[in-house]
Design a protein around this ligand. Structure first.
Ligand code: BGC
Length: 735
């Protein structure tokens, strides 16, 4: 067959093939609910009235695990969750894809999706504009691939630094995390996709996640983990909240009346729907009456069981209507009826550009002794060592994994696996190549680092050495400890012994310990830096970009300094405790229930170190720049704070000016809390006056007896500066 004939034949059969795989185009929605002048709530309630009982039930559950592991349900475009629509009324299929750091599972279907830097990098930017760009890329790539809901927006706090999913989340501070997630979700929703937040709540470690009972007092929960959700949900106009696997104070999160009905829906006024994490539903009536609106991914409880419960009156008809109302409301609010998702090629170049911008804005310069950085383009020789830096950058695993365009750049040897939850994936963005392009006349050589002696030899023969180190992490497990795995600490020590001009670039999901930090000349925390990570790292090392990121979480000196020096681990299974965790799946897991008492309570992250009088290795809010800043002229009033920031160095830069507050003694919180910040661009020598609002909510405490936030009367001390432990200005205000 001639090439042109083949092409014509393919074009002719393509529509048939697509129709067969994805079904006929949905009926054009018609009916009074299509009147855009009505509110999403009004439109949803008009539509609920049209639905038969079985149709309502069909909208409150998914189609099963097959969407993930088996044959795709008819019309599904391949995401983790699928709820068939109702064509006679023009209700669209709900197509949900995991999308924590980019759209997951693209390559399986031959699609490209941008692997963005991890959520912790986004948070390290402290930049709401960056978070919006992040959300807009994810939203538009979801929409372009036929998805109308993303399962991202992970906002669990870094309460447990060994949590394998910290890379997906936004750090340890509730206000920073909530605001970053809110900005991301708002921008995502503008792309016609339902904005979503997870995992509600206090799902702060992976070990035993389906069986762990988190014990935490109400006030601590509301002022820490739940505050991040509250801010993210409200500021992001979030339409769907995923409840988590764990139990909270003795009750599964997905049937926890306090969390779902009382706090989320009543106190916060959330009008969207709650869906269970995959397999996180445990009952029908109990869960439905506690506020769960949708079971995912199947219908074990919200199919036939729920029908029976509604028939018998254990779940009221009104409650079923409300569940459906909430789902349809979020669909109308995000534009699913008015602007259906369409499959088309994503704007790859825009995605790449944003990925790079986030990595540049989110990589934290931790150390820079003697002005080691930025590197001069006239450097004569560089040893690049370790972490497959010749081919790519590492990424986080689990449902957040974005498939690597072109495949894994550093797959483990054939027949072996280097992680339980799928192989660790390296994206094809080579730091080595990017470094070479910055110093075209230098001799830039790479060694793997497997042999520290060979690495030391190369370092010794080079003007500078850049050692790349990593700490892989993934959903499904926690990090055993905060040390770099394998021989990496020994590698850094060997290299720095051979060459004092050693720069360490860290690719980690969160905090790691650094026994060599006093010996090396510079360190850059690049997190999991995404598909343009190599380019971003080179731009930062050579000063094309002046680092401006700040740590969104504390780095401890040692695990001994943590509230829980040992990770809470699930006890071994007893008799009869190996069970199939999820209906419809045949593998077995240990179902032994166990408790974690979060008795550090309010003292998460920097609040812990301050209260305990322990100094971390690197504090929350810390990050260096190639310039310096000074602060002056603080003025505090009840509603705002004003001060000057000056760039006192020779390069333009962006200073993240931070404001912390300590509450009156009567509040019982003798540590400071972040309440506001701004990222201020400053030319060399330039000074700017910064005014930030003091939101009364962020100054309040939660009174658990009254179930209400309250502002404690008395003296508030307000601090301003460039890091949680470097706050040169302070003043007081009476409230
Ligand atoms: C994860 C969720 C994810 C879901 C669907 C679960 O195991 O905890 O974050 O969205 O799977 O893939």
């Amino acid at each position: 067959m001639k090439k042109s004939t083949l092409l014509l034949t393919l074009l002719a059969v393509a529509p048939v093939f697509l129709t067969a795989q994805f079904g006929p185009p949905p009926a054009k929605p018609a009916g009074p609910w299509m009147d855009k002048a009505l509110s999403p709530d009004e439109r949803a309630s008009l539509l609920v009235k049209q639905l038969a009982f079985d149709e309502k039930i069909s909208l409150v559950h998914g189609t099963g695990w097959e969407a993930l592991f088996g044959e795709l349900p008819l019309h599904s475009v391949g995401g983790a969750g699928f709820v068939p629509g109702i064509p006679r009324l023009g209700i669209p299929d709900l197509q949900m894809a995991d999308a924590a750091v980019g759209v997951a599972r693209g390559a399986v279907f031959g699609r490209y999706c941008t692997p963005l830097p991890s959520g912790v990098s986004e948070a390290a930017s402290w930049n709401l504009a960056t978070a919006r760009e992040y959300g807009a890329v994810i939203g538009s790539e979801l929409h372009d691939q036929g998805y109308n809901m993303g399962l991202g927006g992970g906002v669990n706090l870094t309460r447990e630094p060994r949590n394998g999913r910290n890379f997906e989340y936004k750090g340890e501070d509730p206000i920073l995390a909530g605001k970053i997630a809110g900005a991301e979700m708002k921008a995502l929703s503008e792309q016609g996709v339902i904005p979503h937040i997870k995992h509600y709540a206090v799902n702060d470690q992976e070990n035993g996640r389906n069986f762990v009972n988190v014990k935490i007092d109400k006030r601590a929960m509301r002022e820490t983990d739940l505050l991040a959700f509250e801010i993210g949900i409200k500021e992001g106009g979030v339409g769907a909240v995923m409840c988590s696997y764990n139990l909270v104070n003795g009750v599964y999160a997905c049937e926890n009346n306090y969390l779902l009905n009382e706090v989320l829906k009543k106190q916060w006024g959330f009008r969207g729907f709650v869906l269970s994490d995959w397999g996180g539903t445990h009952t029908s009536a109990k869960a439905a009456n506690a506020g769960l609106d949708m079971e995912q991914p199947g219908d074990t409880y919200f199919g036939r069981e729920l029908k029976k419960d509604v028939d018998s009156g254990t779940v009221s008809k009104a409650r079923l209507d409300e569940m459906v109302q909430r789902i349809l409301r979020s669909e109308f609010a995000a534009g699913l009826f008015d602007r259906p998702a369409e499959r088309r090629t994503p704007d790859i170049f825009h995605g790449l550009q944003v990925a790079q911008q986030v990595a540049e804005d989110g990589s934290v310069l931790l150390k820079n002794a003697g002005g080691q950085l930025p590197l001069s383009p006239s450097v004569r020789s560089i040893a690049v060592i370790g972490s497959h830096a010749d081919v790519g950058v590492i990424s986080g695993g689990g449902s957040a994994q974005v498939d690597a365009a072109g495949g894994n750049a550093a797959p483990p040897p054939a027949g072996t696996h280097n992680s339980v939850f799928g192989d660790v994936v390296w994206h094809r963005s080579s730091p080595l190549k990017a470094i070479r392009s910055k110093a075209p006349h230098a001799k830039v050589e790479y060694v793997s680092g497997d042999d520290p002696a060979a690495a030391a030899k190369l370092a010794n023969a080079s003007e500078v050495a850049i050692v790349f180190v990593n700490q892989p992490s993934s959903e499904g497990g926690d990090i055993a400890n905060l040390s770099l795995p394998g021989n990496q600490d020994a590698l850094v020590n060997a290299v720095v012994s051979a060459n004092p001009h050693t720069i360490v670039v860290l690719e980690t999901g969160g905090a790691v310990t650094m026994p060599w930090i006093d010996r090396v000349s510079a360190a850059l925390e690049a997190w999991f830096p995404g598909i343009r990570g190599g380019e971003a790292i080179a731009n930062l090392l050579f000063g094309d970009v002046n680092p401006s990121a700040r740590l969104p979480l504390s780095f401890p000196k040692s695990e001994r300094d943590l509230p829980h020096p040992k990770l809470a681990e699930q006890p071994p299974a007893g008799e009869g405790e190996m069970v199939a965790p999820f209906p419809g799946m045949d593998f077995k897991v240990n179902s032994h229930k166990f408790d974690i008492a979060y008795d550090e309570g309010l003292k998460v992250g920097y609040k812990w170190y301050e209260s305990e009088g322990k100094s971390p290795l690197f504090p929350f809010g810390f990050g260096l720049s190639y310039t310096t800043y000074s602060y002056s002229d603080l003025k505090v009033s009840a509603g705002s704070v004003t001060f000057n920031v000056k760039n006192t160095g020779l390069r333009a830069g962006a200073e993240t000016a931070q404001v912390y507050v300590t509450l009156p003694a009567a509040a019982g919180e003798p540590f400071h809390r972040l309440v506001a910040w701004d990222k201020v661009n400053l030319a060399p020598g330039e000074s700017k006056s910064v005014t930030l609002t003091l939101d009364p909510h962020y100054l309040s405490i939660f009174n658990a007896d009254r179930e209400a936030w309250e502002l404690v009367k008395g003296t508030y001390t307000v601090y301003a500066g460039g890091s949680s432990n470097d706050l040169p200005l302070h003043g007081t205000v009476q409230m």
